[in-house]
Design a protein around this ligand. Structure first.
Ligand SMILES: Nc1ncnc2c1ncn2[C@@H]1O[C@H](COP(=O)(O)OP(=O)(O)OP(=O)(O)O)[C@@H](O)[C@H]1O
Length: 629
């Protein structure tokens, strides 16, 4: 046999045979009682206890009923009960597993409970529950269902964990949607497929478990019968007329194998095709002298800290001290190297810091909402007035939902617009972000769009509410260079049209300086410098800012000289230093810098820096090109 033939045969055996057998079992469940019902139930004492013969291929039972006919008729009971048990186990387990989407604490508690339940062998659990729920069909279905629930709960919890941190789920939090909405809108549609496959496999397991219970006398009771019951009836005659045991045994094994293989094959097929607010802790800290943030700003952040406490008590502080204000229609950029706390600062403003994260501040306000004491109206203010554009446009869109549905949500939920009006607005928004054929895009899903198109959709979603603030967290990092420029131009245009404020986060100071009126430089969870864009570029005061500027290419620089690199590493969020966190890498540092932390001081109007030895002369500003400090 040639290799292609062998592979075709393998495919036929692994895929075709289970499918044919599933169809056969479905056919028998529907038709067998009508075709063989009379033979299965008609007693004929004269033919009782017959061995295998031409007239009775599997013999007869002690009332002379044909065993083969009874086995075929029992298909309906066996499979219907197995499907019901799988549904019971699925509903209970999936419901339990989805609770993990409510909060991290719930997820941890649930994980511990599931671990304990899963440690018990399923059949033992089924026997225990059968005794608890009562002997009979209903009891056995509930028992087998209950014994399946921990398995379903585990897979649901695992799948939920993979979806719950996606950006589109976080975006729905910003929209003010509760855990139930998130669960049914975003989580369930995205985990449904593997769960359906898992259920198919479990029908086979349910057949085996229910047959086991009936065989032990705990399941289906006469006159009703399933395969396990037939096996139980024939047990005493198994050595005399083995047909009484062979027929139901073959049926049980075949059904178990069929549904297992069918589930696995389905899973392979789908896998192959594919390969082509939680409880938030906020705390108001005692008032300290605050920097020059104003009370009527769009965003007002004073002495913000974000603290994480791990289960073993380890404390990390990704945001150590951040204070700034953003006025209406102002564009502020936050720059800093990876891990400096830029995204976490934005997350605290958008109320996206989850347990075990802990937000502390002297003040944290967005418009007139006090984000330290959030209530339902806070979520409404955020959902209506704050739009977010995330780094990975694919992650920000739910793959199970049409682009149009993503777009109309903010308008329907927060502006109480009709779906028809929202659709019209959505088509306008898709046009405004220069997507061709908006009506077609509206009906598409995210996988049908390119990265740049997805990011345009993300921005269009921001246009659907009445956004007063657009937070863009590295919106161009995942895109290629040509598309990056288009998206930056688009954000610029959208900002001008909507007059919304912009908080733009990037590690690229050049990009930020093109878009923003003011720049905040972050280092190790602190603001180290803040100034109007022109001032910061012309005369950076903090040595770190000056290195950041020197590390990027500039117009007119000598291309043969390598860019400035910076030695050493930024202290992590678990570091606890008494002095300046940049001191270990700073050429100007002295003993004061190592022992005492510099406050964020006003150097000139609107220019603040946290440094004991700021670069005050323009000549101080940049280290020579090619120098490593
Ligand atoms: N859920 C979390 N639990 C604990 N620490 C976290 C968590 N999320 C992020 N961090 C830590 O917080 C620090 C700051 O992260 P953040 O994402 O704000 O940095 P960033 O400046 O935006 O960096 P990047 O440019 O890489 O996104 C990092 O050290 C990160 O490891």
């Amino acid at each position: 046999m040639t290799a292609p033939m062998r592979s075709r045969l393998r495919l036929a055996v692994s895929g075709g045979v289970p499918l044919v057998l599933v169809l056969l079992f479905v056919f028998l469940s529907v038709a067998a009682p009508s075709i063989w019902g009379d033979d299965a139930s008609a007693s004929n004492v004269a033919e009782a206890n017959q061995a295998i013969s031409g007239a009775h291929w599997m013999g007869t039972d002690d009332l002379g009923r044909d065993i083969l006919a009874r086995t075929l008729v029992a298909t309906r009971n066996s499979l219907v009960l197995a499907v019901l048990a799988t549904i019971v186990g699925g509903c209970a387990g999936i419901g339990l597993g989805l609770l993990s989407a409510m909060s991290r604490r719930m997820s941890r508690a649930l994980g511990a409970v599931i671990n304990v339940l899963i440690a018990f062998p399923a059949l033992l659990l089924a026997i225990f529950f059968a005794v608890l729920f009562g002997i009979g069909s209903v009891g056995s279905v509930l028992a087998v269902g209950a014994s399946f629930a921990p398995g379903f709960a585990r897979i649901t919890q695992t799948l939920t964990a993979s979806v719950v941190s996606k950006e589109y789920v976080e975006a729905s939090r910003v929209l003010g949607k509760g855990p139930l909405y998130r669960t049914f809108r975003h989580i369930l549609p995205n985990i449904a497929e593997p769960i359906v496959l898992y259920s198919t496999i479990h029908i086979g397991t349910a057949v085996l478990a229910l047959s086991g219970l009936s065989f032990l006398g705990l399941g289906v009771q006469p006159p009703v019968y399933d395969w396990g019951r037939l096996l139980n009836d024939g047990l005493t005659r198994i050595y005399v007329t083995p047909g009484v045991a062979i027929a139901p045994s073959i049926a049980i094994v075949l059904a178990g194998l069929t549904f297992n293989l069918a589930g696995e094959r389905l899973s392979d097929l789908i896998g192959g095709r594919r390969s082509a607010p939680a409880a938030r802790r906020v705390e108001r800290r005692p008032a300290e002298p605050s920097p020059d943030t104003t009370g009527d700003s769009l965003v007002d952040v004073r002495h913000l800290r974000v603290v994480y406490t791990s289960a073993d008590g380890r404390v990390t502080t990704p945001v150590r001290d951040v204070s700034f204000a953003l006025a209406a229609n102002e564009r502020v950029g936050i720059v800093g190297e990876s891990g400096s706390g830029k995204s976490m600062t934005a997350a605290a403003i958008a109320q996206l810091v989850e347990e075990p994260g802990h937000v502390q501040a002297e003040a944290l306000r967005f418009m007139d909402a006090d984000l330290l004491a959030p209530d339902r109206s806070t979520q409404h203010v955020l959902g209506r007035n704050m739009a977010m554009v995330f780094q990975d446009p694919g992650e920000a869109l739910n793959p199970a939902i049409k682009i149009g549905t993503h777009l109309i949500e903010p308008a329907v939920i927060h502006l109480r617009e009709t779906k028809k009006d929202a659709r019209r607005k959505a088509l306008d928004a898709l046009g405004a972000v220069a997507l061709t054929d908006p009506a077609r895009r509206y009906e598409q899903h995210q996988h049908e769009l390119s990265g740049g198109m997805k990011q345009r959709v993300g921005i269009a979603i921001g246009l659907m509410g009445e956004a007063r603030l657009l937070i863009a967290d590295e919106p161009t990092t995942a895109l290629d260079v040509t598309v990056q420029r288009q998206i930056l131009r688009l954000i610029n245009r959208v900002g001008e049209q909507t007059q919304a404020g912009l908080l733009f986060i990037s590690h690229d100071i050049a990009v930020v300086s093109e878009l923003c009126d003011r720049i905040i430089v972050m280092y190790a969870g602190f603001i180290v410098e803040e100034a109007k864009t022109g001032d910061l570029l012309a005369s950076p005061a903090h040595p770190y800012t000056s290195v950041l500027l020197a590390a990027g290419p500039r117009m007119g620089m000598d291309k043969s000289v390598p860019l400035v690199a910076i030695d050493g590493r930024m202290p992590g969020p678990d570091a606890d230093l008494p002095g300046c966190y940049f001191a270990a890498r700073c050429p100007r540092a002295d003993s004061t810098c190592l022992s005492s932390r510099p406050p964020l001081r006003v150097l000139a109007d609107g220019h603040r820096a946290a440094c004991w030895h700021p670069l005050t002369e323009p000549g101080d500003a940049l280290p020579p090109e090619g120098v490593t400090i």
